[in-house]
Ligand binder design. Structure first.
Ligand code: PLP
Length: 424
């Protein structure tokens, strides 16, 4: 992430609101370096011989109140393995939100299953339970709610749907490390939850992932699928399932174990800053912070998001983002299109490379027919994302964000008034 901001032209050509750098990510302390160096010196680098990854798995499961943690090499493989362990097979349908990172849906494709896109709620950007119900067919096997930006999806309603139709919920918790919802955390809200430790995430080792579950059988299958199909109590050359080698190294385990000591405090700080921004930004015309769910006690805020109304604010979103950057606050509009509009689904992608047995089903699925107006509006003109390291700053730094947005708003309002006067 760039360390210096504020060298563009600020609103009205004046001095930018902020020139100081934002917090760096990842946070690196001497104890992280020592933890990795100790493993390197030990010469035990693989998790099949060492205990570091195992310790981390236990600790991560414990803070989420889940019985089992299975670490692996990415969030994408976590989703792929967990879907396989849940029994998803070629030709099955898996319901995912249209507003998410591509991996949520690709994980189904990698099995030869068919991702079916459901729209999001207009005011949370999380999967819409009503759209999920509409998308269920006789081929549906699993529903994958994403806790987008760290906001827990409406698990109460989704659990009702899951029970009514006998479909397991797989939580995509890539943004939701340490979240608390109704006294519980991801990993205990569905059949299993998948986390990512890729470099932008709230807990990171550069890459990595982890599956949490309370279910002994799912845990056993996941552990075997990431370890060449071995059984925990079996011999080294005894293989039961068609599993890959998706294991994490002990060096990554050491880094994660060390970084995790800071996770609770960082999560609380992001959430407190996020709540403050919600309060302040909701008072600015044309901005709507995401609706917060009172059932969520702790929101990890992997992203801080708000909805931007160009007409009310008086500027198109792209100009707003440019001006915000010029004021020293980096932000983006997030995904340019919904997943159903990505070339992978709307173009030739699926024809060029798809798993064999699923071919006729996949090609028969009409992605052009997906109706996801909330997703399309969020992508085209409405969503504004600030990344999580900004929320690790102090409360007074949040005031810079509010100040920058207010300044741009005032300048847009002045321009609108002048245009109005010129027309009179
Ligand atoms: C919502 C979501 N799901 C899954 C993933 C995949 O994780 P990874 O990049 O570790 O494969 C990501 C992240 O990058 C993500 O944002």
């Amino acid at each position: 992430m760039s360390r210096e901001h504020g060298n563009g032209i600020a609103a009205g050509g004046a001095t930018p609101v902020r020139t100081a750098p934002w917090p760096e990510w990842p946070v690196v302390e001497e104890e992280d370096v020592r933890a990795v160096a100790d493993v390197v010196r030990s010469g035990v680098w693989g998790s099949t011989e060492g205990t570091v990854v195992r310790d981390f798995e236990r600790a991560f499961a414990e803070i989420h109140g889940a019985r089992h943690g299975i670490a692996l090499n990415s969030g994408t493989t976590a989703l792929h393995v967990a879907l396989t362990a849940l029994g998803v097979r070629p030709g099955d349908e898996v319901i995912v939100p249209a507003y998410t990172f591509v991996a949520t849906a690709t994980a189904a494709l990698l099995i030869g299953a068919i991702p079916v896109f459901a729209d999001i709620e207009a005011d949370t950007y999380n999967i819409d339970a009503a759209a999920v119900e509409r998308a269920i067919t006789s081929k549906t096997k699993t529903i994958v709610p994403v806790h987008f930006a760290g906001a827990i999806a409406d698990m109460e309603r989704l659990q009702q749907i899951s029970e009514k139709h006998g479909l397991p919920l797989l939580e995509d918790a890539a943004h939701a490390h340490g979240a608390i919802y109704d006294g519980r955390s991801p990993g205990t809200l569905g059949a299993a939850a998948c986390f990512s430790f890729q470099s932008s995430k709230n807990l990171t080792a550069g890459e990595g992932g982890l599956i949490l579950t309370d279910d002994d059988a799912i845990a056993r299958r996941c552990r075997s699928l990431i370890n060449t199909g071995r059984a925990s109590d079996g011999a080294w050359y005894e293989h039961h399932l068609p599993g890959g080698n998706y294991r994490l190294t002990e060096m990554q385990g050491a880094l994660l174990r060390s970084q995790m000591r800071r996770l609770p405090q960082q999560t609380r700080r992001r959430d407190a800053n996020g709540r403050y921004l919600d309060e302040q930004l909701s008072q600015i015309k044309g901005l709507r912070p995401m609706r917060s769910d009172p059932r969520q006690e702790l929101h990890p805020r992997h992203l801080y998001m708000f909805r931007f109304d160009a007409d009310e604010f008086g500027l198109p979103r792209e100009q707003f983002l440019e001006r915000l950057k010029a004021e020293g606050v980096p932000a983006s509009g997030g995904y340019p299109v919904g997943l159903h509009q990505q070339p992978l689904y709307s173009g030739q992608g699926l024809r060029e490379q798809i798993p064999g047995p699923a071919m006729p089903h996949l090609l028969a699925h009409d992605y052009g027919a997906a109706s996801c107006p909330n997703t399309e509006r969020a992508c085209a003109s409405e969503a504004v994302w600030l990344t999580q390291p900004l929320l690790l700053a102090e409360r007074r730094d949040m005031e810079d964000i509010v100040c920058a947005v207010s300044k741009i708003q005032a300048s847009a309002a002045r321009t609108a008034r002048n245009v109005g006067t010129a027309k009179d």
